[in-house]
Write a protein that binds this ligand. Structure first.
Ligand SMILES: Cc1ncc(COP(=O)(O)O)c(C=O)c1O
Length: 381
């Protein structure tokens, strides 16, 4: 928190707008949509709710197919199951770690052949890095499939000067506690389609028809954000650009200190994109014979929390029967990233000396282990 949020919360209390509507909700929607450069936004209880409602607005039905990036958090795909639709996962590529356009094309061709055109494509911008949107948009236009950008991790990032989340039919942001800015929990659906966003607000408010006697014609959800939390969001938006700068400074310090170490590679920043560097993420060359879990455990002993890269969804038991498309000749790119990837502590409240300590411990561990040169443990998926 920046310290400014408390004033907004107090204001909400004083005005007694403690409800899933109120002036801060409207203001937050206005500010976020303006920042993204789109016409409208609906403040919701989570990013997951925003993905769910995007699927409903597109009209995804039971049994229909929805494509989704495989290398992501489960929340990107869970809403496909809420609608009893069928997720089809697409592999990553090396330049952005995100949806591979060639694998997407392969999946689209196959879907056409099977007569199972996807109703939507959910493209994730992992750890703040935008996917290759030009290629993905061209393909989706050719096959007439709407895009939902899962920009939960990439608020503040840009693709060719455009804000992440503003390119597809819908963009999704998350304000969960771990995100670049937070309302403790919350999300937003943004779009240039103002009518769709109006309907999103309607579906998020139990689909209550405009009648005094609580009339309902269709299934709704209780997905609106409270005015209290929206107040926090309004204040957080004031510091978003500063947070992006700080995240990038953190990334820069790690890179400056560690990129000269053999076998350590930093997540790329693709040409004409700017990442918010939500998490500083690296890969460790298997030739070093050190797996990410060993580093995580060693750092944990020093009370330093590091994390694995997301386990690809096509390898999750939950999605075991779902199709997966890759163009990799051997191991899919998303699996390689999972096997070798590591997210370093990246919180903006971390001090420089705390980060120095992380760097020192990381270096120490790597050097110590390189001399031991243990064999690369087999992967347990
Ligand atoms: C890629 C991605 N998509 C969706 C979500 C879901 O957002 P929320 O936690 O606000 O539901 C998250 C984070 O939690 C995420 O990292």
């Amino acid at each position: 928190m920046s310290g400014k949020e408390y004033r907004k919360v107090k204001e909400a209390f004083q005005s007694n707008w403690i409800a899933p509507l109120g002036p801060f909700v409207n203001e937050f929607e206005h500010v976020v949509a303006g920042y993204a450069g789109v016409k409208a936004g609906a403040a919701l209880s989570s990013g997951t709710a925003a993905i769910h409602l995007a699927l409903k607005l597109i009209g995804v039905q039971k049994g229909e197919v929805v494509f989704c990036s495989s290398l992501t958090f489960v929340a990107s795909a869970n809403p496909i199951l809420y609608e009893q639709a069928v997720p089809v996962f697409i592999d990553s590529e090396k330049d952005t770690w995100n949806m591979c356009p060639q694998a997407l094309e392969k999946a689209l061709i196959e879907a056409k052949r099977l007569g199972k055109k996807p109703r939507a494509v959910i493209v994730v911008h992992l750890y703040g890095q935008s996917a290759k949107m030009d290629e993905i948009v061209t393909l989706c236009e050719a096959y007439d499939v709407p895009i939902i950008e899962d920009a939960a991790e990439s608020l503040g990032s840009t693709y060719k000067g455009r804000k992440s989340g503003s390119i597809g039919m819908f963009g999704v942001y998350s304000f969960n506690g771990n995100k670049i800015i937070s309302t403790s929990g919350g999300g937003m659906l943004v779009s240039d389609d103002e009518e769709a966003i109006d309907r999103c607000r309607f579906l998020a408010s139990q689909a209550r028809e405009p009648a005094m006697h609580y009339e309902h014609e269709e299934i709704g959800h209780n997905y609106r954000m409270s005015n209290l939390l929206a107040g926090v969001g309004v204040a957080q938006m004031e510091v978003l650009d500063e947070r992006v700068k700080e995240k990038r400074r953190i990334f820069g310090r790690y890179k400056g200190a560690l990129s000269t170490m053999e076998g350590i590679h930093f997540m790329p920043e693709y040409q004409e994109t700017k990442s918010n560097r939500w998490l500083t993420t690296i890969t460790i060359d298997p030739a070093l014979h050190i797996c990410p879990m060993e580093i995580i455990e060693a750092l944990e002993k020093e009370h330093i929390e590091a994390r694995r890269v997301w386990k690809p969804l096509h390898r999750q038991p939950l999605f075991r029967d779902c199709p997966f498309y890759t163009t990799a000749p051997e191991v899919p790119e998303s699996e390689l990233l999972f096997q070798t990837g590591l997210c370093l502590p990246s919180g903006t409240s971390m001090t420089e000396s705390q980060q120095e300590r992380v760097i020192d411990m990381f270096r120490y561990f790597l050097q110590k282990n390189q001399s031991h040169n243990s064999s690369f443990p087999s992967l347990h998926l």
